[in-house]
Design a protein around this ligand. Structure first.
Ligand SMILES: C[S@@+](CC[C@H](N)C(=O)[O-])C[C@H]1O[C@@H](n2cnc3c(N)ncnc32)[C@H](O)[C@@H]1O
Length: 211
């Protein structure tokens, strides 16, 4: 068994997180581990593509676009001594996110629109990492406004970008170039890359707040 990151392993070729919890989205659970399915989670795909995050386990994370908590559940296994503020604005997936938050003590579910961070600024504190996966046209503006409220200089960012959500007519490569240019004006980009074959026409961008 190979350790890839804190509480993340490759076990007989399968990506897993060390976890004391049961299955959340149909993933297999065995011997204190939960299978982390890269076709269901862009963060899992990013890790399998060789990119790692240096998490110690006690980080505070602001997660924008939590949906029903598939990726949140694994990130909560990783930052098991930290906290995840999980923002989602759609009521249906939020119900399942609530179920997850009830069994874990490090997930705070927030039914809010991520484009209005001032509405939850009284609840969310400064965080170490903003993870964003919201597939919206104005996703960079959303990231910038959340970074202004919740990230100090040096704070980390991981954003998942879906080309079609930004511009459904342009070539994905053009969309990615323009997103990277725009992000580079405000943040220091550490790395970026494709999520193929797990997620078509998606890239991850790993950056930090430089000013
Ligand atoms: C691609 S899904 C997220 C999947 C999830 N990150 C995972 O890996 O398990 C995108 C989610 O972002 C949510 N979303 C989109 N725009 C949002 C906004 N402005 N505020 C909050 N949630 C938003 C959608 O409702 C949807 O559930």
């Amino acid at each position: 068994m190979k350790e890839l990151m804190r509480n993340v392993y490759l076990k007989d070729g399968t990506l897993v997180t060390k976890s004391k919890y049961g299955s959340h989205y149909g993933e297999k659970v065995f011997d204190g581990f939960r299978e982390w399915i890269p076709w269901r989670s862009k963060l899992a795909a990013m890790i399998l593509k060789g990119h790692r995050l240096k998490l110690k386990g006690d980080e505070k994370v602001l997660y924008l676009g939590a949906a029903s908590g598939t990726t949140v559940s694994h990130l909560a296994d990783i930052v098991d001594e930290g906290v995840i503020y999980a923002v989602e604005y759609a009521a249906k997936p939020f119900e399942k996110l609530l179920e997850l938050a009830r069994e874990r003590d490090n997930i705070i579910p927030l039914l809010f629109d991520a484009s209005k961070p001032w509405k939850y600024s009284g609840i969310v504190e400064k965080v170490d990492l903003i993870y964003q996966d919201i597939a919206q046209k104005n996703q960079i503006e959303i990231l910038e406004s959340n970074a202004e409220f919740f990230l100090e200089k040096g704070g980390e960012i991981v954003i998942m970008v879906k080309a079609r959500s930004v511009d459904s007519t342009a070539e994905p490569e053009e969309v990615f170039e323009s997103v990277l240019r725009k992000m580079g004006e405000r943040f220091k980009i550490v790395n970026h890359g494709s999520l193929m074959p797990y997620h078509k026409d998606h890239i991850f961008v790993h950056a930090y707040k430089s000013e």
